[in-house]
Structure formats: C-alpha cells, structure tokens
Design a protein around this ligand. Structure first.
Ligand code: PEP
Length: 256
C-alpha cells in the first residue's frame, strides 16, 4: 500500500450546529489555527445557510467549505432540498452524502445516496461518501460484507475519472457521536476492505489514489494512532470539529 500517493483530508461535519454569525467566527478561528498546515486538506462541512458566509470567511485561507447533503435533481418542485449548482454558487467545494444520520432519520438508501453522489460529481463538487456497519452487523461478523455492498451500490455508475473527486468516509455507526472509537486496527482493516472493493471496480491505480477517511468519535486524543494507519487517509469529525482548538490538533496530527 502506498499511502504517500494520497492527500490526507481532515473534514469537519458541524451537523445542525452554528448560526451564520457563529460559523464565521469558527471558520476564522479554524483558519488561524491551521494556517500553514499544508500536510492535509482542511474542510468544514457546514449547514446550508452557513455556506456563503463561511466561504467568504475562508477566502484566502487553508480552509475549504463543504455542505452536508445535496439533492439529485437540478431544480424543481422539491421543497426543502438544495441542488448541487446552488451549493457551488454559494461557495461549497465539497459535499457529504450518505451520512448515517441522513440514512437513519431521513430515509436515505444506497440508491438515493448514489443518485446524490452522481449529481454532485456531475456538477463539479467533491463528494465525501459515508458508509459503515451498525453494531449488530459487526457483532454478527458481517462488517466486510456490509461495507463491500455499500461501496458497490453507492459508487454504481461513477466513473474512474470521477473517482478523483470521491472520498470515502468509513464510519462505523456504533462509533458516531457515541465516544466509542474503532481501534486503529479495526479502522485500518475496514478501510483496507473498502480499498480492495475499489480495486475490483476500478483497478489498482484508482484504489491506491482514493482517499479513505475514518469517522466516529475521532478526537485530538486518538487521531495520531488512527491517522498513522496505512489505509486511513484522514478523518471525518463531528463533535470535535465544533471546537477549533480540538479540530486544529487533529489537523496537526495529520501533518506527520
Ligand atoms: C460524524 O458526524 O461524521 C462523526 C463522525 O461524528 P463524531 O465525530 O461526533 O462521532
């Protein structure tokens, strides 16, 4: 495995936190604390209404702005939804699709996650595609099968060329927002399984260059060990991304 060919990406997922004015302050503080830390890409995925002011505050800094979801249609009668073109014009470069909270509370399926990812890529956004097993699946010993199936379904129809703009976030559901973290070995093993599936779909070169993050209670205390693993190319960070000092320490861990 050649980790050095991949760029580490540390992405925050603010979820439903931060008003626009709070977002501007947090982006400025994060930018200040991560200034010059060019060893990884730094992304903050913010609520829809925060995108434009956050992108404005991030101009000329190390920080890139992302959204937390996108609809698959270009426009029309889809009340409450946001299109990829809207995100781009507001200043987003990235978008998360398939986050567990979307799958669990908003009825997202592998089919809709795939449609959202394809629409985002077609419009020119970079996609952070989330997948992972629930606790019962891990306990039943079927984690590899579950993440393999999700990887295949969620990437269906996405080309090798488009894979340059796809990041996979392996997020074991039992570790998201729970304080339970996968061990570095568990994270590395499953990220490796996902990489093998990508090799089967697209070939070894695409697999070696695809960024695969770990997400699930990553924080400034465990980031060093997780990021040291050969298959873990960064992190998707919820809770700890809301505190610029903690998030910046994770960015520091990614510089090594
Ligand atoms: C997430 O929201 O993707 C996440 C991993 O959250 P947390 O870091 O809080 O577990």
């Amino acid at each position: 495995m050649k980790k050095e060919v991949r760029k580490v990406v540390i992405a925050g997922n603010w979820k439903m936190n931060m008003t626009p004015s709070a977002a501007v302050e947090a982006v400025k503080e994060t930018a200040k604390l991560t200034d010059g830390k060019t060893g990884c890409e730094v992304v903050l995925c913010v609520p829809f209404v925060d995108i434009a002011p956050a992108a404005d505050a991030a101009k000329g800094t190390n920080v890139k702005i992302g959204a937390q979801n996108v609809h698959f249609e270009k426009k029309g009668a889809f009340t409450g939804e946001i299109s990829a073109d809207m995100l781009l014009e507001a200043g987003a470069e990235y978008v998360i699709v398939g986050h567990r909270e979307r799958r669990q509370y908003f009825g997202e399926t592998d089919e809709t996650v795939n449609k959202r990812a394809r629409a985002a890529l077609a419009a020119g956004l970079k996609v952070i595609l989330c997948l992972g097993e629930v606790l019962e699946q891990r306990q039943a010993g079927i984690t590899d099968e579950i993440v393999s199936m999700q990887t295949k379904l969620d990437l269906s129809g996405i080309t090798a060329e488009e894979m340059k703009n796809v990041i996979i976030a392996y997020e074991p559901v039992w570790a998201i927002g729970t304080g339970l973290t996968a061990t570095p070995e568990q994270a590395d093993e499953v990220c490796g399984v996902i990489r093998k599936v990508i090799a089967g779909l697209y070939g070894g070169d695409v697999a070696e260059s695809t960024v695969i993050q770990y997400g699930g209670s990553m924080n400034d205390g465990n980031a060093d060990d997780l990021l040291a693993k050969v298959n873990v190319d960064g992190g998707l960070i919820g809770g700890a991304s809301l505190v610029p000092e903690k998030f910046a320490r994770i960015v520091d861990a990614a510089q090594k």
